[in-house]
Ligand binder design. Sequence first.
Ligand code: AQP
Length: 346
Amino acid sequence: MNEAVHTSSEFAQRVFSGIQPSGGLTLGNYLGAMKRFVDMQNEGSFETVYCMVDLHAITVWQDPEKLRHATRELCAGFIAAGIDPNQSILFNQSQAPEHAQLAWIFNCVARMGWMQRMTQWKDKAGKNQQNASLGLFAYPALMAADILIYHATHVPVGEDQKQHLELTRDVAIKFNHDYGIDFFPITEPVIEGTATRVMSLRDGSKKMSKSDPSDASRINMTDDTDTIAKKIRKAKTDPDALPSEEQGLEGRPEARNLINIYSALAEQPVGTVLRDFGGKQFSEFKPALSELAVEKLAPISMEMARLMLDSVEIDRILSHGAEQARAIATPILKKTYDIVGMISSN
Ligand code: AQP
């Protein structure tokens, strides 16, 4: 048996990442993931494949009409943020059935113990695990399939997805080992920048999330100027002035979060932001943050609204993207079936 493991450098440089249409896009999704997606597309050294992961979204209940709307709106968000469907492959997961087909194989590779250790499973299933869907438990195996069906070498994500990417690597290593073949790459996570974990505006210990019941906890990419300003004005803070040095943010999660958001939006290091605002009160910092957020986000939300006027065009982009995605995925699935021992028709 050949036990050598190929590193991602031996495969063509290909990026894959996805976002769930489980609600509206948040500032966390934008800064933690989408902004990186655009950078990696524009760097030009990767083939970039981006996906609306609708099969992941239904691991918790989704109203069918809202899911369709959220998928189209997410597609509009990708394009408005700078993803060019002529440069990147842009599609929704359910239109490429190879994801689910490879996920079944990976359900048979991954171990129950691996899944039980996943913190997202524990957080989302909560105390009532017996009532959670089987899909929610198997979520990381589908995510491994999303990535490996393209032999993707790099996956830009927020910090919360780090553990799932480690599991993707474990699935690839185990598959390669079990079948004695170096077939799947060992994917590199790309978790970079000052906003890899944007926190709730109401609680600095909780991640900003599209499914948080409190709308005030997040900035939605569709929020208007007044709503953004109001949410930032009401964001939880502490009574102290801002520090001039980064160490001064220790033990101040809400202050750190707002500074990180400013730093990511302004594309300035945290040290530079603190040099400008150190010693100032939040009453002075928050209006500056609102102004910056509106300046950066308003053009994106306006473009999203414009694109949403033509849902036929959005659906066309998604089905064209799915064709391109399947052109890569189909031969990889076929080869996987062959490795596993399935008889195929040709
Ligand atoms: N708060 C965040 N800060 C930085 N990055 C984030 N991401 C999500 N929230 C933050 C990153 O966005 C990408 C897409 O995430 P997802 O939609 O697949 O699922 P999620 O991580 O579970 O995001 P949400 O918003 O919290 O969705 P719900 O509420 O439906 O669970 C990922 O790269 C993620 O890291």
